[in-house]
Design a protein around this ligand. Structure first.
Ligand code: SAH
Length: 227
């Protein structure tokens, strides 16, 4: 039987109650940053996929199709990547962030709640435009959308305090690393399609670069050119 608390949060599969359950699941999977959990607990993740898939949106380990052979990343992976980036700044708002691979715009929206400005770049025009409209309708204003191949980042607005690449790269592009501000952090999946290692590359205040492996992940590949 449900208690009054659960009941008051709503029972539908796309309700605030399902967001609260997702947050608890992410917590049990080891996500600790309360800033990230709070944002995931508020954002209507189901609005980033087609109506037929919305009931699946709050499962922590599920990728969901978004058309054009692309996917919305698992909630767990969004949380882990965001947490790794934010760990460089334990308090206060994060500054300027670049996301490569806008896709549905869900990760973009998470970042927009936690950072001053988000620059997000996508190589598939239809996805970029849908995400732009979706975030606009949600009243999210601190995001700049770019339609371009972001393999080498977005130099016009560099440097960034954080860079998240949400598609699997062959290697860590030195050009991307060069767009990190001092103290900046790049989170990037590296390896063959579907079997990558999530890497955290950080630049310290003196400019030295350090790299560490975070987790095994499964992303669609980072592709060249526009579509
Ligand atoms: N953050 C997105 C992930 C979508 S999947 C989400 O959670 O919805 C990865 C996205 O990266 C796809 O939309 C794909 O088109 C895009 N992508 C792949 N290679 C790219 C490139 N070189 N530049 C920009 N976007 C790219």
């Amino acid at each position: 039987m449900r208690d009054a608390h659960t009941h008051s949060q709503g029972r539908g599969l796309t309700s605030p109650g399902s967001r609260a359950k997702l947050v608890e699941e992410l917590r049990s999977l080891g996500v600790k940053d309360e800033r990230v959990l709070a944002v995931i607990g508020k954002l209507p993740r189901h609005e980033f996929v087609e109506p037929a898939l919305q009931a699946q949106a709050y499962k922590a380990d599920l990728t969901l199709p978004i058309g054009h052979a692309q996917t919305l990343s698992q909630a767990r992976v969004v949380a882990v990547m965001t947490e790794a980036m934010l760990a460089g700044k334990p308090s206060g708002k994060f500054g300027r962030v670049l996301e490569v691979g806008t896709g549905s715009g869900y990760q973009t929206a998470v970042l927009a709640q936690l950072c001053d400005t988000v620059f997000t770049v996508e190589r598939i025009k239809a996805l970029s435009e849908t995400a732009r409209k979706r975030l606009g309708a949600m009243g999210i204003k601190n995001v700049h959308f770019g339609y371009a191949d972001g393999t080498d980042g977005w130099s016009s607005f560099a440097p960034y305090d954080g860079i998240l690449v949400t598609a699997g790269a062959d290697s860590v592009s030195p050009v991307l690393v060069s767009q990190l501000a001092p103290g900046g952090r790049l989170v990037i999946p590296v390896g063959p399609s579907g079997r990558q290692l999530l890497k955290l590359v950080s630049r310290n205040a003196a400019g030295a670069i350090q790299s560490q492996d975070l987790a095994s992940v499964s992303f669609v590949p980072l592709l060249a050119g526009k579509q």
